[in-house]
Design a protein around this ligand. Structure first.
Ligand SMILES: [Zn+2]
Length: 276
């Protein structure tokens, strides 16, 4: 990933997506916001118990830094589902000023509408951004362990193909900072569910250092889901940044015992600057 810093905040972009002029995308950090304590400082989530005014100001700081009008940011009320919603013109800005108007009960957003910035919010779950430069379609996905097992990444690719006629081999993907295999220990219940959902799941879940504990490699699980869906391996960028190891830069739910803020990943098709 590429790091960007100005006087107010710091954010990242994926190397593989940064070469495309037609899109703007970002992954935020917890730097440079107004929130305090567990939410310090650039918490972008309304739903975690932070002061809504500060959250809105934080979103404004981020939007300014990445050069996107804040009213173009579009959010979902995420629920660890495999639901993927198509966002049209009227969806622009949903959930940006208040939680209630966000696209409900959804963990994946897809659009071909310009100037709609699809956003997902995370703290350890995997944020995934997708882009088809041929059909000009973008998607943002929130994949925690539940969403990963429910195959939300595959669902998003399927939606891009079915609804917009995308071809999987044209799609690029970026997997943002999240729980890495260095830290993501799960119990026997998750182990069982991974085995049921992902079959043999070789190299995806394996014994940890403590008895009855397993390491779940949700990066590998999602990369495999995307390559199984037809994406080229060389089109997929994995940030390899673990949120638990880097909880000074990114919110980590596990590191903060569930009481923490959210950082976000967003992607938008830009309107051309002029028309001939
Ligand atoms: Zn780690």
């Amino acid at each position: 990933m590429i790091s960007h810093e100005n006087s107010e905040t710091k954010y990242y972009t994926f190397e593989n997506l940064s070469g495309f002029d037609q899109i703007c995308h970002f992954v935020s950090t917890r730097k440079g916001g107004l929130s305090d304590n567990h939410f310090a400082s650039l918490n972008t989530g309304f739903h975690v118990g932070d002061d809504n005014f500060k959250v809105l100001q934080n979103r404004r700081i981020l939007a300014n830094a990445v050069g996107i009008d804040i009213l173009k940011l579009t959010f979902a009320n995420q629920c660890h589902s495999a639901n993927v919603a198509i966002v049209n013109e009227s969806g622009r800005g949903k959930g940006v000023l208040e939680k209630e108007t966000a696209v409900d009960h959804t963990d994946g957003l897809v659009t071909n509408v310009k100037d709609v910035c699809l956003c997902v919010q995370v703290a350890d779950c995997v944020p995934i951004l997708l882009y088809d430069p041929v059909c000009q379609v973008v998607a943002a996905v929130h994949a925690g362990w539940k969403g990963t097992l429910r195959k939300i990444a595959s669902e998003a690719v399927a939606k891009m193909i079915q609804h917009y006629g995308c071809k999987a081999e044209n799609i690029y993907a970026g997997l943002g900072p999240s729980n890495g295999p260095c830290c993501y220990e799960v119990g026997p219940d998750v182990y069982r569910e991974v085995k049921i959902s992902l079959g043999q799941a070789k190299n995806i879940i394996f014994p940890g250092t403590k008895p009855d504990k397993y390491i779940f490699d949700q990066w590998q699980a999602n990369v495999r889901q995307l390559t199984d869906a037809g994406l080229k391996k060389e089109h997929i960028e994995q940030s390899d940044i673990c949120t638990q190891c880097h909880s000074d830069t990114f919110f980590s739910s596990r590191q903060d015992q569930g009481h923490t803020g959210r950082f976000m990943a967003g992607i938008m098709l830009k309107k051309p600057k002029y028309t001939a």
